[in-house]
Design a protein around this ligand. Sequence first.
Ligand code: DSN
Length: 447
Amino acid sequence: MTLSPSSTWATQASPEEMRASVERVRKATKVHSKFFEDSIPLIASENLLSPYAKELLISDLHSRYAEGLPGERYYEGNAWVDEIENECLALARRLFRCNFADVRPISGTVANMAVLKAMADPGSTIGSCRLADGAHISSASFGAFGLRGVKPVHYAFDTSKMQLDVDATKRILLQERPKLCLFGLSLFLFPFPLRELQETLKEIGALGWYDGAHVLGLIGGGQFQDPLHEGCTVLSASTHKTLPGPQHGIVLGETSDADLVRKLQSACFPGVTSNHHLNAMAALAVSLAEHLAFGEEYARQVVANARALGQALTEHGFEVLCADQGFTRSHTIAVRVEKEGGGEDGSKKLVAAGIVTNKNLLPGDKSPKHPQGIRLGTPEVTRLGMKEKEMARIAELFDLLLHRGKSPQEVALAAKELKRGFTTLQYCFGAGEAAYRYYDLVGDSRA
Ligand code: DSN
């Protein structure tokens, strides 16, 4: 990208010109929303917010500051914010059965930065997975790891199982002896063998840290592993993937170490945030409560749908990873689309047909820019009430588009038709009562 210098310093513009700018943004938002309303959303990291959570995002809380902890704020007018935050903290501890929660990180990466600040010194080494094996960018040297100046010690990964090679990983840990071991992935198909590694972590004096961003709702719904009771001390996450909450972050812990608690809290504030986003924090409280009420059934269906989608795609001749292990135990499946033209081409064709996915690096890929895979996730379609039967129909649409030469326009019409039967959110308060509102702009009529 080349940047040309501005010739003038325009401090003012006419209201007419700026109104046109505002309208361009509003129009793009509306078109975007309409596109998603008519499409089949299969991005593993996305979800839809319940009406009760969504209303708090645009409440007055959005306009306020509340630095510090409940009861110890740096601003006045925070009495009700304290009440909300205390409720949110109690719900988080209850859902994840743990004794520490901090709901101030404003994203998953910010939560990871807080853990790094609290638990890793610059120059230290940290156990983690490689990006090529599906790790998140915050564990890269160009991400949060680099920012904190820590170096990764990479585990051994068995790509045929998309899982750690336990014996080889134990050997690496015993040799390198990192004091903090991160377990987390963005292509997160199977639980980590935490119990098998627990003894080794103890032997080298390392603490376990779990990045549960992708699987947080599955953990809360009791349908995945339970990292804080399988040997990890800290769990960091974003709150809007399988947990259908607002875009936000969280740090959870199970520890009796008061010094660690103090360090985590001071890393969250003032370490990596000044104000936290109070509107998102309030929305998170609602999402946590809804997950306590409805999360188990939701999480079970998310996983069942992912496995059903894997099976149906396989029957249509697609190469879904880990078929011999039931494809996945999470919300995600990975499909090698090399013979369909690769991940870049595949995901572009799919989106033109109203099916939203992302290209994804798979084991053995040579170029991160031209991966051979696509990643599919079921959190959002499940939230809209789709089940195994609809997964079979989605796989049929993949087949029609990528194997049978149907045009993107024809498939997009079929995708829209399918979506039309699933307009209300499930697994939340007010479930099924009114169509999900993809947009709410000033002056829009919802008639
Ligand atoms: N980029 C997100 C994902 O899609 O996995 C994680 O932050």
